[in-house]
Ligand binder design. Structure first.
Ligand code: NAD
Length: 418
């Protein structure tokens, strides 16, 4: 059974159809996919896609042959034909994009490749789906917008946290008005990645390098994605400006000294990324958001979700708690259980069973399912290129703000007034 595509209400009610948005693609009998970058996350997506009726993986690409071979094996074991592998060079994805039997090029490559792969896909007449962030410079954000508009192809940033069970329950409650008018939110990505950044494979090969070159919120989308939906960003509301602050830089260096020794090459590396980056965003509708990035400190994982409205508040991490003025005891948090029974999002009610065992508690399967089914049915996917870039723009805007002593940075209007 298919589900409604109106996951994020608001846009169609408040705005006229934007003139330049990629036209809604026609329904397809199957979605033929070329997958680029089959490391940790790419392999997880391939496994999800192989469980989704109507999705077919016809080509895989990776600069590491064994990664591509592993993906080929997964596809064959799932009963599909052996996909062709593209492993010749860092730009071999271009040959994959030129094939005429692909509808969607989906990439989970290191950050620096998201834009080149997405652009190449669209220019060759394929829809593009990319892991997060979609881009990390404003210039690249504009390239994605302009190419999507010009080619009429979707460019979708796969923000899996939008599909988390609790975040979606809160979305449902926000849209039903339980929190009243929204005032403020908090969110972020607080994940101790010190060991990951020094790994000899996977993200260790590329993610640490960004901490040496860039000081800003390098990974804003897991926190901002759900908040954007709650606040109807791009659906009648928009981010106005932000300011960012960065702490001193300690965590990675201390970790390297401790793990590899004070005379090790790792301990001599220099980092510029502040251990904690705090960004304050103001929306056009008058809400504020505190966004935090911390991947270098010892701490349990959190996305720090908090939503405050005129009638109540929800927070997630370390555990989910709700307070609705009319429903609970004054000044006392309620546990989530009763609210989950009443307000679990219909998408989760339908897909929870199928998503069991998939990455990040099932939300990764749900995001892949939603994408494939939107393409199959010929309905607008949950997120578009404007959603991808407004969140990704935080990367460069926060770097600029920190660099200029926390000067406010205005968000470009990627929709050009739409
Ligand atoms: N949404 C999430 O929860 C989540 C979780 C983890 C990673 N990610 C994102 O997924 C992406 C990949 O992360 P990962 O953890 O899988 O990293 P990874 O290093 O495990 O995988 C990257 C893969 O891309 C390959 N690759 C590198 N350059 C390439 C090129 N030019 N062409 C083709 N293949 C290339 C690598 O060989 C590797 O197999 C990143 O953008 C990361 O931020 C998202």
């Amino acid at each position: 059974m298919f589900i409604s595509s109106q996951l994020f209400s608001g846009r169609d009610k408040k705005l006229k159809s934007p003139a330049k948005v990629a036209p809604i693609a026609k329904p397809m009998e199957k979605v033929r996919i070329g997958y680029v970058g089959v490391g940790g996350m790419g392999t997880a997506h391939v496994e999800n896609l192989l469980k989704i009726k109507g999705a077919e993986i016809v080509a895989v690409c990776d600069i590491v042959e064994s990664h591509a071979a592993r993906a080929q094996d997964l596809v064959v074991k799932a009963g599909q034909g052996k996909p062709e592998a593209y492993t010749k060079s860092e730009t071999d994805f271009k040959r994959l994009c030129q094939r005429d039997d692909i509808d969607l090029v989906y990439n989970a490559t290191p950050w620096e490749w998201h834009v080149p792969v997405s652009l190449e896909a669209m220019k060759n007449g394929k829809h593009a789906a990319t892991e997060v962030p979609a881009a990390y410079t404003i210039e690249d954000c504009w390239k994605l917008v302009e190419t999507s508009e010009k080619t009429g192809k979707y460019c979708i940033m796969m923000e899996n946290c939008n599909y988390d069970k609790v975040e979606m329950m809160i979305l449902n409650m926000v849209k039903k008005g339980l929190f009243g008018e929204l005032l403020h939110a908090e969110c972020g990505y607080l994940h101790d990645l010190r060991a990951v950044k020094y790994d000899m494979e996977g993200e260790g090969l590329w993610r640490r390098a960004h901490s040496m070159k860039r000081n800003g919120d390098l990974y804003p989308t897991h926190g901002l994605g759900p908040i954007m939906q709650y606040m109807d960003i791009n659906r009648g509301n928009y981010f106005d400006y932000l300011v960012s602050f960065g702490t001193k830089t300690r965590g990675l260096h201390l970790y390297a000294e401790n793990k590899f020794g004070i005379d090790s090459p790792q301990a001599k590396e220099k980092f510029v990324l502040s251990d904690v980056v705090t960004t304050l965003l103001k929306t056009m509708n008058g809400e504020t958001i505190v966004l935090t990035h911390d991947t270098s400190s010892p701490r349990p994982y959190s996305r720090d979700i908090l939503v405050q409205g005129t009638k109540g508040i929800a927070r997630k991490y370390p555990e989910t708690k709700i307070y609705i003025e009319q429903e609970g005891k004054p000044h006392v948090w309620d546990k989530v259980d009763e609210y989950m029974k009443q307000y679990e999002h219909p998408v989760w009610i339908e897909l929870e069973e199928q998503s069991k065992g998939a990455g990040h508690g099932g939300m990764d399967f749900i995001e892949d399912y939603r994408l494939v089914n939107a393409l199959l049915r010929g309905v607008e996917p949950d997120m578009d290129v404007y959603d991808a870039v407004v969140m990704s723009a935080v990367c460069e805007l926060s770097e600029k703000s920190i660099n200029q002593k926390s000067t406010p940075q205005k968000f470009p209007d990627f929709t050009r007034g739409m």
